[in-house]
Design a protein around this ligand. Structure first.
Ligand SMILES: Cc1ncc(COP(=O)(O)O)c(C=O)c1O
Length: 481
């Protein structure tokens, strides 16, 4: 059998180059890769780290993604009649993640609280390795900056409680109208508890963050800016550079809610210049019940714990409690051990993808979807109508038909799985003057057939709204055998 060439995120090291790319590589993860020219390039191993390296990319001119091959790795997508367009809610899980979970549960299932038997040692090693994998994915300075939580919501609540403990009455936290409730309610609750002020950036008419207000909304008492990295309703991506520059001049720290951005490839928290990052495992092709809060070490060290109990201490006497250093300080009780290990495997799986090819594939499908919807009578896209600075998350409203009915009919008649409602972003959806929207969201396993099934279903509904009532009828009773 022919040996495979070492690849880095889909780029082959040491190939005679037809195209050159300038890359920032962090232990095998390409952070950025603009095309710069054409010549022979050096060999670079997958563990190599450095920036501004020039290396070859095999087939760089034709960076098409084999979505069918990717889909075959996902047992949950084996049914060809299923068109899964709900990855922004929860992505599907590749077989390699299921294998890693099974391996843990059958060969290393134990707690990670310092037990000395062999299963415990294996569990601790796997848990530590998972933390290291997350650190690589985020390009964190150290695994000690990675806190495992039960999800993105838990990560942001942790931050609001623990960093919030440093804030004083009258201090300000800046969020935006684009936020998921998970990055809105923890701050509003903090305002009720501690008298801080929550300010809110507005959005543009097409559902992007309106950064024109940034300077005027960041006052002298602004201590923290907590924004979505990518909207779960409109798909718009935040211009982080501009936010960080404004935050620095005000002396505020920046937290990004990366729940919708992390599934789209490695993130470089150092290059972004931010202070905290939150994301969820189940949207990154990993298990449910696990998430991550990354924080700069010096900030985490200054923060008190959120929850208490279990091994998050150095010592407890009847007079005094001394808390452990981060990240343990923030992981009260038994942490999501299997979840973290599954997430580590999911990030390993993500590292096998050529993210430039995934990106152009996603852009093409998003364009196909937006163009198709634009041609349908009564359909209004909620969010940018173009593919500029946005992800493959497309929400729309169909005149006269509730979004839940749109999704139900598309599921029953076309096998299209989408989500409806206000997507835990009720103020945002309400600002568009509707109570809910249908949302299609893409993953690397989606292809034209998925988008076309959705478009065919919506087109059919625009012609035959009565399908809603027909689909609501109970299935005919089977004759007793
Ligand atoms: C932008 C955004 N933030 C936060 C969350 C919350 O993630 P979780 O439910 O995994 O805690 C979601 C989930 O949909 C999201 O889309």
């Amino acid at each position: 059998m022919a040996r495979r060439r070492p690849t880095i995120g889909g780029y082959c090291a040491g190939e005679p180059a037809s195209e050159l790319i300038r890359v920032n590589v962090i232990r095998g993860y390409i952070v950025e890769a603009p095309v710069v020219g054409s010549t022979q390039v050096p060999r670079v191993g997958p563990q190599w780290s450095g920036s501004e390296v020039i290396m070859s990319s095999q087939g760089a001119k034709d960076r098409t993604l084999d979505a069918a091959a990717i889909k075959r790795q996902f047992p949950g997508l084996a049914d060809a009649r299923l068109h899964y367009l709900d990855s922004a809610a929860t992505a599907q899980v590749p077989a390699s993640v299921l294998d890693a979970l099974r391996r843990f549960e059958t060969t290393a299932r134990a707690n990670v609280h310092g037990e000395v038997h062999r299963l415990a040692r294996a569990a601790i090693a796997a848990y530590d390795e998972a933390r290291a994998r997350v650190a690589r994915f985020l390009h964190a300075r150290s695994p000690a900056e990675i806190v495992f939580t039960s999800g993105a919501t838990a990560a942001i609540n942790l931050l609001a409680h623990s960093y919030g403990a440093r804030l004083r009455e009258g201090d300000e936290v800046l969020i935006s109208l684009l936020e998921h409730h998970s990055n809105m309610l923890p701050w509003r609750q903090l305002a009720e508890r501690r008298g801080i002020v929550v300010r809110m950036l507005p959005m543009t008419e097409d559902g992007r963050l309106d950064l024109g207000w940034l300077e005027s909304e960041i006052g002298p008492r602004c201590k923290l800016i907590a924004l979505t990295h990518c909207s779960n309703v409109t798909g718009a991506i935040t211009d982080v550079g501009r936010v960080v520059a404004a935050a620095r001049s005000a002396g505020a720290v920046v937290m990004l809610d990366g729940a919708q951005r992390a599934p789209h490839g490695p993130v470089d928290v150092q290059a972004l210049g931010i202070d905290f990052y939150a994301f969820a495992g189940h949207k990154c092709y990993g298990p449910t019940g696990v998430g991550v809060l990354w924080g700069r070490r010096e900030l985490l060290e200054e923060m008190p714990p959120f929850m208490t109990g279990g091994q998050m201490i150095e010592s407890v006497t009847l007079e005094e409690v001394r808390y452990a250093a981060p990240p343990r300080r923030f992981e009260a009780g038994t942490p999501p051990i299997a979840g973290a290990i599954g997430l580590g495997a999911a990030l390993d799986w993500m590292a096998t993808l050529d993210w430039r090819a995934v990106r152009s594939h996603e852009l093409r499908l998003t364009r196909r979807l937006l163009d198709g919807l634009a041609h349908l009578e009564g359909v209004r896209v909620i969010g940018p109508g173009d593919t500029h600075d946005r992800r493959g998350v497309v929400s729309f409203h169909l005149a006269g038909i509730p979004p839940a009915e749109v999704c139900r009919v598309l599921d029953l008649r076309h096998g299209v799985a989408m989500r409806s409602g206000y997507h835990c972003a009720q103020p945002l959806v309400a600002a568009f003057g509707v109570a809910g929207v249908a949302r299609a969201s893409l993953g690397p396993y989606n292809d034209d057939t998925d988008v076309d099934a959705l478009l065919a279903g919506v087109e059919e509904l625009t012609r035959q709204p009565s399908l809603v009532t027909a689909a609501a009828k109970p299935a005919p009773k089977r004759a007793a055998s």
